[in-house]
Design a protein around this ligand. Structure first.
Ligand SMILES: O=C(O)C(=O)C[C@H](O)[C@H](O)CO
Ligand SMILES: [Mg+2]
Length: 402
């Protein structure tokens, strides 16, 4: 089966998504997510200008060979743009292989290791009272695991606080917004937030929290220590992880489980974290870390060290990524949890899919391939709109990590 053509579809049903569609000479097509929040058009160009011309005429069934060809053959390895583009090709080829075999992709990976995929939802509020109400709402919806984020008194904006509905979206149209950040204020208020959640709702639910790269290692160690009593499922992205060794300091001071990896694009970015058991959950995703083929390699390394998966699943990962992640999650032996932020009805209409939420889990009905499609006519109705993630500054004007 040969690749006949490939095209990139950019659509903005509320937010931007980039999708690669590969067509074969047998009439079977596959799709892959290529969305990189705030840098969408760079991946579009990478695919259109540099990858698609090399795909035409290739054997669509040679997924591993194509992965190696694009990774090694490009000479310039790794990096989010490259790895997102490779991921899109990889996802589309797995989709094609599944459709050709009339099997869901998880069957091709080795079959089900579980019946359903536990997910965590995002409860957040502008203050603790609002965040507490949101936790109650998520418990009522049946979630077993809930990420809790709150505004910090004295700060106008804080990471993870939505704009008042279920569809949290951090990117804003236009140019990047700037937010002020104050670590001491955040460190003072966060343990109090989790104390209130445990007092009000007890200990039956998994609680998660995302520090979103804002802390220095010793501050992360302090926070982890003060949260230990609330038995979190994980504390995420406590400090930037370019220096993987930084996590040793945090690890030496706290037993709060640590999760890292949503911005990592390859096994090389997380190898030391995994091999030195400096983290408990690896959050690399199918779309930003080279597709199913590469994610499987990361998960296998992680399994040797009892590190579990916890794939990124924010709204900037399209339903194509979510369907691919669910196929992966159904198989992966060292599964931990899957992040799940609901997409808007407009997005769901552009990307029809069978997966659905049921009592804290995502269910993946059997469908050939990834089990997701793109409605190109619907996609056309939503042209690209420039949008960026915000940036951060400290009170004195210093640029900080958003
Ligand atoms: O979902 C999370 O844990 C995030 O940190 C979300 C990221 O800010 C978002 O995906 C950036 O595009
Ligand atoms: Mg995160």
């Amino acid at each position: 089966m040969k690749i006949l053509s490939a095209k990139v579809i950019v659509t903005c049903p509320g937010r931007n998504f980039v999708t690669l569609k590969i067509e074969t000479d047998q009439g079977i097509y596959g799709i892959g997510d290529a969305t990189l929040n705030g840098r969408e058009l760079a991946v579009k160009s990478y695919l259109e200008d540099h990858i698609i011309p090399c795909l035409i005429g290739r054997d669509a069934s040679r997924i591993e060979d194509t992965w190696q060809y694009l990774y090694r053959g490009g000479y310039w390895r790794r990096g989010p743009v490259t790895m997102t583009a490779i991921a899109a090709v990889d996802m589309a080829l797995w989709d094609i292989k599944g459709k050709a075999a009339n099997l869901p992709v998880y069957q091709l990976l080795g079959g089900k290791s579980r019946d359903a995929v536990m997910v965590y939802g995002h409860a957040n509020g502008r203050d603790h009272a609002e965040a507490l109400d949101a936790v109650g709402h998520y418990i009522d919806m049946g979630y077993k695991a809930i990420r809790v984020q709150s505004g910090v008194p004295g700060l106008d904006k804080a990471y993870g606080v939505g704009k008042g509905n279920m569809y949290y979206e951090p990117a804003d149209k236009g140019l990047p917004d700037e937010e002020i950040w104050d670590t001491p204020l955040y460190l003072r208020h966060t343990p109090d937030l989790f104390e209130k959640v445990r007092v009000k709702y007890g200990s039956d639910h998994h609680l998660l929290h995302d520090c979103h790269h804002r802390l220095k290692p010793i501050e992360a160690a302090q926070l982890g220590k003060s949260l230990e009593q609330f038995k979190l499922f994980w504390m995420e992205d406590a400090t930037p992880a370019e220096n993987q060794e930084a996590f040793r300091l945090i690890r030496q001071h706290t037993t709060t489980p640590l999760a890292v990896g949503e911005i990592m694009s390859s096994i090389w970015d997380c190898k030391d974290l995994i091999q030195n058991q400096l983290i408990d959950y690896i959050r690399t995703t199918v779309v930003h870390a080279g597709g199913i083929t590469h994610l499987r390699r990361i998960a296998d390394l992680a399994s040797l060290y009892q590190v579990h998966t916890g794939c990124h699943g924010a709204t900037d990962l399209s339903p194509v990524s979510m369907a691919a992640a669910l196929n992966f999650n159904m198989w992966v032996p060292n599964f931990g949890i899957q992040e799940y932020m609901r997409h808007t009805p407009e997005t769901d209409a552009v990307f029809p899919h069978g997966y659905h939420f049921d009592k804290g889990y995502l269910m993946l009905p059997d469908a050939p391939g990834l089990g997701v499609d793109i409605d190109e006519a619907a996609a056309l109705k939503f042209p690209y709109e420039r949008a960026y993630l915000p940036t951060c500054r400290l009170r004195d004007g210093t640029v900080w990590n958003w």
